[in-house]
Design a protein. Structure first.
Lengths: 449, 480
């Protein structure tokens, strides 16, 4: 192994009989076309489905590492699981080497599964404590009836060495290993069937930095050695920057920006990417950055906003023309007011409150005057805005929530609330980003932020 | 601290008017903290001789990998160490808030020790000559005092009665009773001379301190909230227990607290259950609970580890705002070097139960001195530009299950040399004149020759410097 290392350092390309090296991408391995994964509401009356993945398109080239980042609940794990058929896609296509895989079944599916494996996040819960390491790593081989039992055992021992463990570990149990070593076992298991594509679902999030560095190095070595293609799901952006060739930024089931790692990190195009990058704490106390702090949390994927998914939190949201010069604080207060109304309208009521509501009591928002004075109290509203807010308040007081919301929507909605942006090309390295601000009509996100 | 100092107002001796001129205003001083877990198999010294100080309004970061003893340090300060864990004798955690100390002194006169009287009565220098007591100067030297020069380690002059009591000789010498925990010196307005020793409190006196003065925010907000009570209810519980506020007044206070931590629509939220809150909101609610009783010290144990970066940014900003508003001292525990750089003023790096490096945050990141700190920083992706492979630290964090008579990092250290296996490194300044940047490593102080350095560490660990007795100092207070 060490000999190989020194060889590879002296010459850029490895020995000729090695399989595809990682810098040799180009050929597309996986194509994802308008993929949707919904979890049906298990409500008695059906209810709204959870739109975990809501129409994504991208490609992964052979031998490349695509990073998938986003906040928790944005659907990145579901997307990864759908790609390797651990979840059923609701709609759309996944083509693997030209084969459509979302419709595979029976022995075809089993055969295909060899190609695509997964490494899970939590090394504590992804290994069966009652099985020895050998049994765990050998299980996929047994399932697929790979060669003879003797060859399987031999293969497993080799694999253990490949991932930096020892042959003797074959008969040990998971509890005898540290977190980093357990993750190595998970990796060995994923590699047992010699797959081409591996989904790494937060493989290092549960590990300490020094251990994390070792596992990342191992993953890179394995990719070089076996020509693996990775989908690397993570929320730690510095890790993603280190290991990925390209990155996709996900938000509420949609990909908002995708492109080559360095370019995306150096010069993010989408406002969400901007905000996400600015939120990473830099391990350097002298850096003083303008941080964009996003308000609130992502909306529920059961009831996503009608326009751009990011519109409820976007710091660069396009305003209607007549309010273009409005004071930022006022604009923020209005948006907050609307979010509040939405939340209140959606809130589950207790039975007692439902009865009161039925009797005509305004239980959802009985202290509207207070809320209003808190939001707008010390702001200078123009006569127009004042009138609109008054009107909305009147509707609320009369218990007509939807009317108040519609009224405000009509007045303050912009293209961001009405239309979902589609991915458009930015930069010149094949990067694309979904934001209305890439339209020439509006100021670009960079200027706005 | 600018208003009236209750200690001073009760002070008849008007000559001491040096209240707030002293630049250091410690809120808590941890000295030689040793917390060990006594299992059937072995004694695990989870925290092994940790000393540091937190001042009013500052954020002290504690950073280290899992198993380094960060959380146990925090739990020791909170008095939350459970069986089979025990804080060993010789440890002290002095809580310095003047008003609190005064209240304690009034409430527990029987448990109060007058340090001024004790000082008059007893000269610590005698202690070292007393052959019946097996005391050594080094026991009292390691807690933040300047390091004695290599040829002269006559530290007896610097020893204070309080240190003698901390080291566990107080009872033997008849200076204190077993159950004393308030220490006051009414002749001195110095914060450092008036304190409550958290390690000595128990029962009611501890409960009042915990929650009322020292509050803690844990890693996982969902497990620190009770799912069957509304968020408001849980905040009100703290208000009722510590401040006796109930009913409508408590509800209003709870709403105000939720607003203070940036929860929108607080009047509605106060009657909701934890499951109706998102992760970030839950952590805000937990912080609101911690702030309910207006603590002076907030201990945050990985408060953002379970959260997304965008939410983490919100929480960090909230903590900074609250700190400014309330002059809070914050002890912030994390394994994330980025977060540490962001929020701390000073940083203590822990490894296997010991603080191995301590410096203000800029210095630490600009000139990491301990090989472990260097390795830790180098293994963060993205710090070295253009590096293809991440550098790593070989091996794993050891379990500190025997007294440290050697450097615990030596087996993994790229710079280890022969002496590292037999001499325990003590905390020394990195270099002359760099008193604030201290490191426990035989490579320092940098200006001395190797032989002098080893001799210095050796003597600090044990002044008689006979190799056989090297373990004495750390073993001093093991049995009670």
């Amino acid at each position: 192994m060490s000999q190989h290392m020194s060889e590879s350092e002296s010459e850029p390309r490895r020995d000729a009989d090695r399989r595809v090296s990682s810098d040799q991408h180009g050929e597309t391995l996986i194509e994802v076309d308008d993929l949707k994964t919904y979890y049906e509401g298990n409500d008695f009356f059906g209810g709204q489905p959870v739109k975990a993945v809501d129409g994504v398109n991208f490609e992964i080239a052979r031998g490349e590492t695509l990073g998938l980042v986003g906040e928790s609940g944005c659907g990145k794990t579901t997307l990864g699981r759908t790609l390797i058929r651990l979840e059923e896609a609701t709609d759309g296509e996944v083509r693997y080497d030209g084969t459509e895989v979302t419709s595979l079944s029976g022995s075809d599916l089993k055969q295909w599964r060899r190609n695509a494996q997964m490494v899970f996040q939590d090394p504590q819960s992804s290994l069966n404590d009652r099985m020895t390491i050998g049994e765990i790593v050998r299980e996929p081989l047994d399932v697929h009836d790979w060669k003879t039992p003797r060859e399987r055992r031999e293969h497993v021992r080799d694999l253990l060495e490949t991932v930096g463990l020892q042959k003797e570990h074959y008969y040990r149990y998971p509890h005898q290993f540290s977190g980093g070593q357990r993750q190595r076992i998970g990796i060995a298991r994923a590699l047992a069937l010699e797959p081409e594509f591996v989904v790494l679902d937060e493989p290092v999030s549960a590990l300490d930095v020094s251990v994390q560095a070792k596992v990342l190095n191992l993953l890179e070595d394995l990719q070089d050695e076996f020509g693996l293609t990775y989908l690397f799901i993570a929320h730690d952006l510095s890790v993603v920057r280190h290991i990925c060739d390209r990155v996709a930024v996900m938000y509420l089931g949609n990909i908002l920006e995708i492109g080559p790692t360095e370019e995306l990190f150096e010069n993010p195009a989408n406002p969400y990417t901007h905000a996400l990058l600015s939120a990473i704490p830099e391990p350097d106390p002298t850096v003083d950055r303008d941080r964009i702090i996003l308000n609130g949390t992502p909306p529920s994927p059961r009831d996503p906003p009608s326009g751009c998914p990011f519109s409820t939190r976007c710091p660069a949201k396009i305003r209607p023309e007549e309010y273009a010069d409005m004071d930022d604080d006022v604009w923020e207060a209005i948006n907050l007011f609307r979010v509040l109304l939405d939340e209140r309208a959606r809130a589950d009521l207790s039975i007692r409150d439902r009865v009161r509501e039925f009797r005509g009591k305004n239980v959802r928002f009985d202290e509207i005057t207070e809320v209003r004075s808190e939001l707008f109290g010390d702001l200078d509203l123009s006569a127009d805005v004042e009138r609109h807010v008054d009107q909305a308040q009147e509707y609320v007081e009369a218990g007509e929530f939807d009317r108040a919301r519609e009224y405000l929507a009509e007045e303050f909605d912009s293209i961001c609330d009405r239309e979902a942006p589609s991915l458009c090309t930015v930069g010149d390295a094949g990067r694309s980003s979904a934001c209305h601000r890439h339209d020439d009509e509006y100021a670009s996100p960079d200027e706005e932020l | 601290m600018s208003m009236e100092d209750p200690i001073e107002t009760t002070n008849d001796d008007a000559s001491t008017a040096t209240t707030s001129d002293s630049s250091s205003e410690p809120i808590v001083t941890v000295r030689n903290l040793q917390t060990a877990f006594f299992t059937e198999k072995e004694v695990i010294r989870a925290v092994d001789g940790v000393s540091f100080e937190i001042e009013v309004g500052e954020t002290v970061g504690i950073v280290g990998e899992s198993g380094s003893g960060k959380s146990v340090t925090a739990r020791s300060i909170m008095g939350l160490v459970d069986d089979p864990g025990r804080i060993l004798e010789g440890s002290s955690i002095r809580y310095h808030h003047p008003e609190t100390v005064e209240n304690y002194a009034e409430e527990y006169p029987d448990h109060t020790v007058d340090l001024a009287a004790a000082r008059e009565e007893f000269d610590p220098a005698d202690l070292l000559e007393d052959p019946t007591l097996d005391a050594s100067a080094a026991e009292f030297a390691d807690a933040g005092e300047p390091v004695p020069s290599a040829d002269d380690i006559d530290v007896a002059d610097d020893i204070d009665v309080a240190d003698v009591i901390d080291a566990g000789y107080g009872e033997e010498l008849g200076l204190v009773d077993e159950d004393d925990f308030v220490f006051v010196d009414r002749s001195s307005a110095d914060r450092e001379d008036n304190y409550v020793d958290v390690t000595r409190t128990s029962g009611e006196s501890l409960r009042k301190l915990r929650g009322g003065n020292i509050a803690m925010v844990f890693q996982d907000p969902l497990t620190s909230l009770n799912p069957v009570y509304t968020v408001g209810n849980q905040i009100k519980e703290a208000l009722r227990l510590h401040q006796g506020i109930t009913g409508k007044e408590a509800t209003e206070e709870a709403i105000e607290l939720l607003e203070a931590v940036g929860i929108p629509d607080a009047p509605q939220r106060v009657s909701e259950y934890p499951h109706q809150f998102s992760g970030g909101m839950r952590q805000r609610a937990v912080i609101a609970m911690a702030l309910a009783c207006d603590p002076e010290l907030l201990i945050c144990d990985e408060p953002t580890t379970a959260l997304d970066v965008t939410i983490q940014a919100q929480i960090l900003e909230l903590l900074e705002d609250l700190q400014e508003e309330r002059d809070l001292a914050i002890m912030f525990i994390t394994h994330d070097m980025g977060v540490i750089a962001e929020i701390s003023d000073r940083v203590n790096v822990m490894y296997a139960g010991e603080v191995i490096e301590s410096a203000d945050v800029e210095t630490l990141f600009a000139e990491p001195s301990h090989p472990y700190t260097q390795g830790l920083l180098e293994s963060i992706p993205g710090r070295q530009v253009g590096a293809d492979r991440l550098s790593t630290i070989e091996g794993d964090v050891p379990t500190p299950n025997e007294p440290a008579t050697y450097c615990r990092f030596a087996p993994r250290c790229p710079k280890a040399f022969e002496a590292c296996d037999r001499v325990h490194p003590e905390s020394v300044p990195v270099d002359d004149g760099a008193e604030d940047h201290r490191v426990s490593c035989l490579l320092y102080p940098e200006s001395e020759s190797e032989a002098d350095r080893i001799a210095l560490h050796d003597r600090l660990g044990d002044p008689e410097s006979d190799p056989e007795g090297a373990g004495d100092a750390t073993e001093g207070g093991e049995s009670r």
